[in-house]
Design a protein around this ligand. Structure first.
Ligand SMILES: [Zn+2]
Length: 415
């Protein structure tokens, strides 16, 4: 007789663990909505174009203070809280230390979903190091950097097919850079050490290509990690984040802008990188079921940096307004939103899509405009007072690599 409750529990788990379809949230840092729209319309971003055709497209805005800070905005996306509440202002704290996941003062989607019995998988989301306990798996954004520690993943014993030294071991960076730059590999040789002369006018081109290979390989690495997580388990909530579009735009936006007026080396690089990212997006979306909801978004767009020329080392700068595209059975189809969605509105909206209540402590609200008529009336949003605070985490102080320090300087986050 004692078997019967256990059997019942098993049957319930089998039938109801995925009563609602999954929600995918994919962050593409710095993807400019105007350029993405243009390239999608021209057939160069087939996966994004399909989402736009079958879903709802809008613009993502933030109320975080300027200058636009990716860690602040992505943390608002994940928490439903403004910067004043979640406390993540950038990469670097006022005392000079690095922000860590334990510094976040508001619970994030993966924690909220876990607290309500939903499962979550997180791949590379910004400021998730040290990795946090979740009802599922988390691979922190430091996975490929923090080689000496176990806390880049949760559970700590998680072993992935893509090794943490992937970027160093694969040796694929020059070939990737050549493909994205539209140049045959031998043509790149003058730009590559040891033949490249750092004092020559080719220095910037060399530098750009070297970085390009690194960035493209990092995105490839996180795409592989995300694919593997999705192959190994089914999750109610899946979040992935790819930083490459932002990094490449910082380096090559000047060439892209100059290319509108005439032939300039590397003017096609930013669009080529968007197409590369779209292909990675397609690989992740191939793992989504037809009833799953997909949200693809970016934290801000891009513009020419003041006084920058086509090959200034840092020629692109953040501009307000990110991408927001969402597709799902409860969402409008082929629609364009008149007004913006705020970064802090994403978390309560994702909770609703998961069938979970929003918290009254959140600054954001449900993005009502994306839903089909009648959906919200049939199933109104529910609220609870607050989600439990995240479990205390070690604030492991891992030094950043020289490469990362350099990237922070290039992006204007460090002087
Ligand atoms: Zn940036």
């Amino acid at each position: 007789m004692t078997l019967r409750p256990a059997l019942l529990a098993l049957l319930l788990a089998l039938c109801c663990a995925h009563a609602r379809a999954a929600v995918f949230v994919i962050g593409l840092d710095g993807t400019d909505p105007a350029l993405a729209g243009e390239l999608a319309a021209a057939g160069r971003l087939p996966n994004l174009a399909a989402l736009m055709r079958d879903g709802v497209t809008g613009r993502l805005d933030t109320l975080s203070p300027l200058p636009l800070s990716s860690p602040s905005i992505w943390t608002s996306v994940a928490t439903g809280a403004g910067e004043g509440k979640h406390g993540i202002t950038g990469f670097v704290k006022s005392d000079g230390g690095w922000f860590r996941s334990g510094d976040r003062r508001a619970p994030a989607l993966w924690g909220m979903a876990s607290a309500r019995g939903k499962s979550a998988a997180v791949a590379g989301w910004l400021l998730t190091y040290p990795a946090e306990p979740v009802n599922g798996v988390m691979v922190s954004n430091n996975y490929f950097m923090a080689v000496g520690t176990h806390s880049a993943v949760y559970p700590p014993a998680l072993k992935l097919r893509t090794p943490r030294a992937f970027a160093f071991e694969s040796g694929a960076a020059p070939a990737l850079a050549a493909r994205l730059a539209g140049m045959p590999l031998p043509a790149l040789f003058p730009f590559m050490p040891p033949l490249g002369d750092y004092a020559s006018p080719d220095f910037r081109a060399h530098y750009l290509l070297e970085k390009l290979g690194d960035y493209a390989l990092a995105d490839e690495g996180f795409a592989r990690v995300a694919e593997e997580l999705l192959e190994r388990g089914a999750y109610d909530l899946f979040l992935a984040y790819l930083p490459g579009t932002d990094r490449v735009s910082h380096l090559a936006w000047g060439a892209y802008e100059a290319g509108k007026k005439g032939a300039v080396p590397f003017s096609g690089l930013v669009p080529a990188y968007y197409a590369y990212t779209d292909a990675l997006l397609g690989r992740l979306l191939a793992k989504a079921g037809k009833d799953d909801t997909v949200i693809v978004l970016s934290d801000h767009g891009f513009k020419l940096r003041e006084k920058a020329g086509p090959l200034t080392v840092v020629s692109g700068d953040h501009r307000p307004g990110g991408l927001f595209v969402a597709k799902g059975p409860e969402l409008k189809k082929g629609a364009r939103l008149a007004g913006p969605i705020l970064d802090r509105d994403v978390a309560p909206t994702v909770l609703y899509l998961l069938g979970l209540p929003a918290a009254r402590t959140m600054d954001g609200k449900l993005a009502e405009g994306i839903f089909r008529d009648g959906v919200l009336k049939a199933r109104p949003q529910e609220y609870l007072d607050a989600y439990p605070a995240a479990a205390p985490r070690g604030n492991e102080s891992l030094p950043f690599t020289p490469q990362e320090l350099e990237r922070l300087r290039l992006s204007g986050y460090l002087q």
